[in-house]
Design a protein around this ligand. Structure first.
Ligand SMILES: Nc1ncnc2c1ncn2[C@@H]1O[C@H](COP(=O)(O)OP(=O)(O)O)[C@@H](O)[C@H]1O
Ligand SMILES: [Mg+2]
Length: 162
Protein backbone atom coordinates (compact mmCIF):
# COMPACT_ATOMS: atom_id res chain seq x y z
CA UNK A 1 0.00 0.00 0.00
CA UNK A 2 1.29 3.44 -0.89
CA UNK A 3 -0.42 6.48 0.61
CA UNK A 4 0.13 9.80 -1.06
CA UNK A 5 -1.12 13.35 -0.58
CA UNK A 6 -2.45 15.00 -3.73
CA UNK A 7 -2.86 18.58 -2.65
CA UNK A 8 -2.51 20.16 -6.05
CA UNK A 9 -3.26 19.19 -9.63
CA UNK A 10 0.49 18.95 -10.07
CA UNK A 11 0.64 16.16 -7.48
CA UNK A 12 -2.06 14.29 -9.37
CA UNK A 13 -0.12 14.82 -12.57
CA UNK A 14 2.99 13.33 -10.98
CA UNK A 15 1.01 10.27 -9.93
CA UNK A 16 -0.55 9.91 -13.39
CA UNK A 17 2.82 10.20 -15.13
CA UNK A 18 4.43 7.70 -12.72
CA UNK A 19 1.57 5.30 -13.39
CA UNK A 20 2.16 5.65 -17.12
CA UNK A 21 5.75 4.48 -16.58
CA UNK A 22 4.80 1.23 -14.87
CA UNK A 23 1.73 0.07 -16.82
CA UNK A 24 1.57 -2.59 -19.52
CA UNK A 25 -1.10 -3.95 -21.84
CA UNK A 26 -3.51 -6.20 -19.93
CA UNK A 27 -3.36 -4.11 -16.76
CA UNK A 28 -6.42 -3.19 -14.76
CA UNK A 29 -6.55 -0.04 -12.63
CA UNK A 30 -9.60 0.32 -10.41
CA UNK A 31 -10.42 3.83 -9.22
CA UNK A 32 -12.73 4.43 -6.31
CA UNK A 33 -13.73 7.49 -4.32
CA UNK A 34 -16.57 9.97 -4.25
CA UNK A 35 -17.72 12.23 -7.04
CA UNK A 36 -15.14 14.95 -7.46
CA UNK A 37 -12.37 13.00 -5.74
CA UNK A 38 -10.21 13.20 -8.87
CA UNK A 39 -10.63 9.85 -10.69
CA UNK A 40 -11.09 11.32 -14.16
CA UNK A 41 -8.32 13.86 -13.56
CA UNK A 42 -5.87 11.11 -12.64
CA UNK A 43 -6.85 9.13 -15.74
CA UNK A 44 -6.28 12.22 -17.85
CA UNK A 45 -2.67 12.54 -16.62
CA UNK A 46 -2.06 8.82 -17.01
CA UNK A 47 -3.26 9.16 -20.62
CA UNK A 48 -0.94 12.12 -21.12
CA UNK A 49 1.98 9.97 -19.98
CA UNK A 50 1.02 7.44 -22.64
CA UNK A 51 1.17 10.10 -25.33
CA UNK A 52 -2.56 10.80 -25.53
CA UNK A 53 -3.64 14.45 -25.55
CA UNK A 54 -5.12 14.82 -22.06
CA UNK A 55 -7.65 17.37 -23.32
CA UNK A 56 -9.29 14.55 -25.28
CA UNK A 57 -9.91 12.58 -22.12
CA UNK A 58 -13.33 13.38 -20.71
CA UNK A 59 -15.49 11.70 -18.12
CA UNK A 60 -17.07 8.51 -19.48
CA UNK A 61 -20.01 8.78 -17.06
CA UNK A 62 -22.58 8.97 -19.85
CA UNK A 63 -21.03 6.70 -22.47
CA UNK A 64 -19.63 4.26 -19.88
CA UNK A 65 -16.66 3.40 -22.14
CA UNK A 66 -14.16 5.65 -23.91
CA UNK A 67 -11.40 4.23 -26.11
CA UNK A 68 -8.04 5.90 -26.71
CA UNK A 69 -6.20 3.57 -29.06
CA UNK A 70 -3.39 5.74 -30.38
CA UNK A 71 -1.16 6.03 -27.29
CA UNK A 72 1.80 3.84 -26.34
CA UNK A 73 -0.68 1.41 -24.83
CA UNK A 74 -4.34 1.36 -25.94
CA UNK A 75 -6.34 2.82 -23.07
CA UNK A 76 -9.92 1.95 -22.20
CA UNK A 77 -11.50 4.33 -19.70
CA UNK A 78 -14.79 3.29 -18.15
CA UNK A 79 -17.10 4.70 -15.51
CA UNK A 80 -19.72 2.47 -13.91
CA UNK A 81 -21.51 5.20 -11.95
CA UNK A 82 -24.53 5.23 -14.22
CA UNK A 83 -24.97 1.46 -13.91
CA UNK A 84 -25.41 1.75 -10.17
CA UNK A 85 -24.37 -0.69 -7.49
CA UNK A 86 -24.05 -4.41 -8.27
CA UNK A 87 -23.33 -3.78 -11.94
CA UNK A 88 -22.99 -6.95 -14.00
CA UNK A 89 -19.80 -7.00 -16.04
CA UNK A 90 -21.85 -8.11 -19.06
CA UNK A 91 -23.79 -4.84 -18.85
CA UNK A 92 -20.61 -2.80 -18.94
CA UNK A 93 -19.30 -3.95 -22.34
CA UNK A 94 -15.85 -4.30 -20.74
CA UNK A 95 -15.29 -8.03 -21.32
CA UNK A 96 -14.09 -7.49 -24.86
CA UNK A 97 -11.20 -5.45 -23.47
CA UNK A 98 -10.00 -8.12 -21.07
CA UNK A 99 -7.92 -10.03 -23.63
CA UNK A 100 -4.59 -8.58 -22.51
CA UNK A 101 -4.14 -5.96 -25.23
CA UNK A 102 -5.51 -2.97 -23.35
CA UNK A 103 -4.94 -0.94 -20.24
CA UNK A 104 -8.31 -0.79 -18.53
CA UNK A 105 -9.07 2.05 -16.12
CA UNK A 106 -12.37 1.70 -14.27
CA UNK A 107 -14.02 4.51 -12.29
CA UNK A 108 -16.54 3.36 -9.65
CA UNK A 109 -15.07 -0.12 -9.91
CA UNK A 110 -16.58 -0.91 -6.50
CA UNK A 111 -19.99 -1.01 -8.25
CA UNK A 112 -19.08 -4.28 -9.97
CA UNK A 113 -20.95 -7.28 -8.56
CA UNK A 114 -17.93 -9.56 -9.08
CA UNK A 115 -14.21 -8.78 -9.19
CA UNK A 116 -12.80 -8.33 -12.70
CA UNK A 117 -9.54 -10.08 -11.83
CA UNK A 118 -7.34 -10.87 -8.84
CA UNK A 119 -4.49 -8.90 -10.38
CA UNK A 120 -5.04 -5.17 -10.31
CA UNK A 121 -4.01 -1.82 -8.88
CA UNK A 122 -6.71 -0.19 -6.81
CA UNK A 123 -6.46 3.54 -6.20
CA UNK A 124 -8.84 4.96 -3.64
CA UNK A 125 -9.09 8.75 -3.74
CA UNK A 126 -10.54 10.72 -0.85
CA UNK A 127 -10.86 14.26 0.34
CA UNK A 128 -10.26 14.36 4.10
CA UNK A 129 -10.29 17.71 5.90
CA UNK A 130 -9.83 19.43 2.54
CA UNK A 131 -6.76 17.27 1.88
CA UNK A 132 -6.75 14.90 -1.08
CA UNK A 133 -5.30 11.46 -0.39
CA UNK A 134 -4.57 8.57 -2.74
CA UNK A 135 -4.27 5.06 -1.33
CA UNK A 136 -2.79 2.55 -3.73
CA UNK A 137 -3.27 -1.17 -3.20
CA UNK A 138 -1.14 -3.45 -5.38
CA UNK A 139 -2.88 -6.82 -5.81
CA UNK A 140 -1.38 -9.87 -7.46
CA UNK A 141 2.22 -10.80 -8.29
CA UNK A 142 2.65 -8.57 -11.31
CA UNK A 143 1.56 -5.47 -9.42
CA UNK A 144 3.46 -6.24 -6.22
CA UNK A 145 6.64 -6.31 -8.30
CA UNK A 146 5.94 -2.73 -9.38
CA UNK A 147 5.60 -1.14 -5.91
CA UNK A 148 9.29 -0.23 -5.82
CA UNK A 149 9.19 1.31 -9.30
CA UNK A 150 6.26 3.47 -8.26
CA UNK A 151 7.96 4.55 -5.02
CA UNK A 152 11.13 5.44 -6.89
CA UNK A 153 9.24 7.49 -9.44
CA UNK A 154 7.32 9.40 -6.75
CA UNK A 155 10.43 9.97 -4.65
CA UNK A 156 12.30 11.47 -7.61
CA UNK A 157 9.72 14.24 -7.64
CA UNK A 158 9.91 14.78 -3.88
CA UNK A 159 6.36 13.63 -3.15
CA UNK A 160 5.70 12.71 0.44
CA UNK A 161 4.85 9.03 0.72
CA UNK A 162 3.47 7.48 3.89
N1 LIG B 1 -5.18 16.95 -6.76
C1 LIG B 1 -6.10 17.86 -7.07
N2 LIG B 1 -5.98 19.11 -6.60
C2 LIG B 1 -6.93 20.03 -6.89
N3 LIG B 1 -8.02 19.82 -7.64
C3 LIG B 1 -8.18 18.60 -8.14
C4 LIG B 1 -7.25 17.55 -7.89
N4 LIG B 1 -7.68 16.42 -8.49
C5 LIG B 1 -8.84 16.75 -9.10
N5 LIG B 1 -9.15 18.05 -8.90
C6 LIG B 1 -10.34 18.77 -9.41
O1 LIG B 1 -11.51 18.16 -8.87
C7 LIG B 1 -12.58 18.23 -9.81
C8 LIG B 1 -13.24 16.89 -9.96
O2 LIG B 1 -12.32 15.96 -10.45
P1 LIG B 1 -12.71 14.67 -11.28
O3 LIG B 1 -11.44 14.10 -11.75
O4 LIG B 1 -13.75 14.96 -12.31
O5 LIG B 1 -13.36 13.72 -10.16
P2 LIG B 1 -14.09 12.32 -10.28
O6 LIG B 1 -13.78 11.72 -11.64
O7 LIG B 1 -13.54 11.49 -9.16
O8 LIG B 1 -15.55 12.60 -10.09
C9 LIG B 1 -11.97 18.75 -11.12
O9 LIG B 1 -12.34 20.11 -11.24
C10 LIG B 1 -10.48 18.63 -10.91
O10 LIG B 1 -9.76 19.62 -11.59
MG1 LIG C 1 -15.05 10.87 -13.08
Amino acid sequence: MIRLELNTLDDTKTLGLCLSEIVSPGDIILLSGDLGAGKTTLTRFLAQGLGIDEREVTSPTFNIIHEYLHGEIPLIHTDLYRLGEKADILDTGMEEYLDGDYLLVVEWADFLSEPLSDDYLEIHLTIEDSMRIAKMDFKGQSWIKRVKGMENCLEKTGRVIG
